[in-house]
Design a protein around this ligand. Structure first.
Ligand code: SAH
Length: 213
């Protein structure tokens, strides 16, 4: 399919599925998804599917990226932490809407590739770290928003502790081998409020930096 047509359909699909935030739609329009996938997948760059990336991981489905971004209710001054850099696509989308993004990936190969790709594309308010995202980034905490893009079986307490007052954390919560619930945690003065949003399927959130590359 002609890429221009593909990109128009991409926007229409997001709107039809209920994405309404103009900032999110603009960010989804601006960030070229074809730069985040392998050459052999180029024909699918603007289809609404998750796609394979190196190290057995996936770049999320565009609708889910847009939905999670919308649910974060981002403001321009926000400082955001992402766990699970993968291709860097979600980080790139976030970077269009907030002041800074710190993103952590447990595979060195993916982290290094994403860092180079984001630099080439000129997204200079993103810091890519290689390491165990379960530990968060204590030296940069607290964060206004935290987004976990791999499935957690329990709420990672270290991350919850790095959320600012009034902050929002989004994570897929549930068994690794199945469907998870996308959960939104809002930190209020009275405690943490939990909202279950959507059934999703993510690759697992695993402890530690990957020993393989
Ligand atoms: N947000 C990505 C998609 C991520 S797939 C994108 O836009 O392309 C989930 C990623 O989380 C995988 O790359 C996986 O290696 C990573 N991951 C899983 N557990 C992790 C952990 N504890 N710390 C950091 N990254 C982790």
């Amino acid at each position: 399919m002609d890429e221009r047509v593909g990109r128009m359909q991409f926007q229409l699909t997001l709107r039809r599925r209920g994405i309404a935030d103009q900032g999110v739609l603009r960010a989804m329009d601006e960030v070229p998804r074809e730069h985040f996938i392998g050459a052999e997948l180029l024909p699918s760059a603007y289809s609404d599917h998750a796609l394979p990336i190196p190290c057995g991981q996936t770049i999320s489905q565009p609708y889910v990226v847009a939905y999670m971004t919308e649910q974060l209710v981002l403001l321009p001054h926000h400082r955001v932490l992402e766990i699970g850099t993968g291709s860097g696509y979600q980080a790139a989308i976030l970077s269009r809407l907030v002041r800074t993004v710190v993103t952590i990936e447990r595979y060195r190969t993916l982290g290094v590739q994403a860092r180079a790709r984001l630099k080439t594309l000129g997204y200079d308010n993103i810091e890519v770290r290689v390491g165990d995202g379960l530990l968060g980034a204590p030296d940069r905490a607290p964060f206004d928003r935290i987004i976990v893009t791999a499935a957690a079986e329990t709420i990672p307490e270290a991350l919850a502790g790095q959320l600012a007052e009034g902050g929002i954390m989004l994570l897929p919560l549930g068994e690794h081998q199945g469907v998870q619930q996308l959960v939104k945690l809002t930190r209020t003065p009275e405690g943490t409020v939990r909202q279950d949003l959507l059934a999703v399927r993510f690759v697992p959130l695993l402890p530690g930096q990957a020993r393989e590359l």
